[in-house]
Design a protein around this ligand. Structure first.
Ligand SMILES: [Zn+2]
Length: 477
């Protein structure tokens, strides 16, 4: 850059005329409309900070952000705030790291018997995740992998609001469930072909599904690992123990899909109807379950909790964490009808839900790595963003302390993704991905619903404005 240009650019920066170019990227007007805070230097002062490392909350903290990076943290009185800084007084507010959420499809699940549809939501879902505080997501199974990759690119280029995306390839699956969007494989060779094809196009992780064989999994893990990529699974035909032996990195939905306890289970066969009863019969303190957990921990297999999608109906919200206003009216009507039909009839689901919470706590207490996600499928009740915040509430209900809950939803996942040097906690040198919440979440965890500003890369997005922008859109686009 010639000197004259350099000085002109500096002058424009100084005058605040290039606010969108302060950190590395140009934002389109589609993104700019949601920006609430953008400045070269930003200081959050007097905040309650829960930093994502699992350490205790700290009061009266300051976070200094320069060009999208956290450059200084500490007690407000010890931090020198530059005169040029945009100062946000965060008294009475909580700051947590931008959430790193691990089961965040970009499609909405719709049950239309005999089919189950995955309907891509390219407009509403990326916005909802960001508005709810998720600054990084893994898609964990895709029905339109090319759309997901295009969305990721549009977000990275600043053309669309949304989180960073770890784009998972298509579901690797044999024919089992009537999901018309899934390409069913017939052999391990076809599984390998599919994985290679999508790696070449930019997929950065893979998910195997309920009816694969052990040989399919072996092929997928081998190729993914050769490329430094990870494999997760929502299993049924293959047990957790078998998958861990074959090198899987992560298992979805906590322990609810574990077919390890089905008596007389046949190898490579998904006895779909037997898994849930086998877990309902299992004692919450079952030594066999503890033994499985120990095996998973030894094999370094992480678990993803997806409590919102399993939330029972009785005594619970229509949409876990709220968000029914985001549903398209005809979708809301169908979801409501289904919900009302289940209320009062889900006693055994309630007890399995509680057991699942207890197992997740045991797994962490034993040293396992737990991450979390919302999974916007199931009966269509789970709305991204709203459910992401609610995940924090549910993990508190499961018995975790608030700092650990925050860690499960941030640093644990960042470590799994190999991105913990960059994101996942509020530490000097890391990217300024932060969620500013109005209220003290230690006093009342439900304050997480008051997300005010979500910072991604040091740019602060207006959470309420984004939520407002997608009202009535979920189920349509
Ligand atoms: Zn899923």
């Amino acid at each position: 850059m010639c000197l004259k240009t350099y000085f002109t650019v500096c002058l424009l920066f100084f005058l605040g005329l290039l606010p969108w170019q302060t950190h590395s990227q140009q934002l389109s007007s589609a993104v700019k409309q949601f920006v609430a805070v953008s400045a070269d230097t930003i200081a959050l002062v007097h905040a309650i900070v829960i930093d994502g490392t699992g350490g205790p909350a700290k009061n009266d903290q300051a976070i200094l952000i320069i060009k999208g990076r956290i450059t200084k943290t500490g007690n407000t009185k010890n931090i020198t705030v530059p005169a040029s800084a945009k100062i946000l007084d965060c008294a009475g507010k909580t700051v947590i790291p931008g959430m790193v959420m691990m089961h965040e499809h970009l499609f909405y699940g719709e049950s239309l018997p005999p089919y189950y549809l995955g309907v891509e939501m390219p407009i509403s879902f990326p916005r909802l995740y960001l508005a709810g505080g998720a600054t990084t997501i893994r898609t964990t199974g895709s029905v339109e992998p090319q759309t997901d990759l295009n969305l990721k690119q549009a977000i990275d280029k600043g053309q669309m609001p949304g989180p960073d995306i770890d784009a998972t390839g298509p579901y690797i699956e044999r024919e089992l469930l009537p999901i018309p969007e899934v390409q069913f494989i017939k052999s391990p060779e076809e599984a390998a072909e599919e994985v290679n094809y999508w790696i070449a196009r930019g997929s950065t992780s893979f998910k195997v599904y309920m009816d694969i064989t052990k040989d399919d999994l072996r092929a997928v893990v081998s190729i993914a690992h050769q490329h430094g990529l990870k494999v997760t699974g929502h299993l049924c035909s293959v047990t957790y123990r078998e998958a861990a032996e074959l090198g899987i990195d992560n298992l979805e939905h906590g322990f609810i899909p574990a077919s390890d306890f089905v008596t007389g289970k046949k190898e490579n066969v998904c006895a779909f109807g037997s898994v849930t009863p086998s877990l309902k019969n299992l004692d919450v303190n079952s030594p066999a379950m503890k033994d499985l957990m120990k095996f998973l921990i030894d094999k370094k297999v992480s678990i993803t909790s997806t409590l919102p999608v399993f939330e029972p109906n009785t005594g619970r919200e229509l949409c876990p964490g709220g968000g029914e206003q985001a549903l398209a009216p005809q979708i809301k009507e169908a979801v409501e009808k289904n919900y009302n039909a289940q209320v009062g009839k889900d006693t055994s689901d309630i007890s399995l839900f509680k057991k699942e919470m207890a197992w997740e706590k045991q797994f962490v207490d034993m040293g396992g790595r737990l991450m979390a996600g919302v999974d916007p499928t199931g009966a269509g009740r789970t709305v991204p963003g709203y459910a992401d915040r609610h995940t924090l509430e549910l993990l508190v209900e499961a018995g975790f302390s608030i700092p650990v809950v925050v860690k499960i939803c941030s640093l644990n996942a960042a470590e799994y993704l190999g991105r913990d040097k960059e994101i996942g906690s509020i530490e000097e040198g890391k990217r300024a991905d932060l969620v500013l919440i109005d209220g003290d979440i230690q006093k009342d965890i439900h304050a997480v619903r008051n997300t005010e500003i979500v910072f991604k890369n040091g740019i602060g997005y207006d959470s309420k404005k984004i939520f407002e922008s997608v009202k009535g859109m979920v189920g349509l686009h």
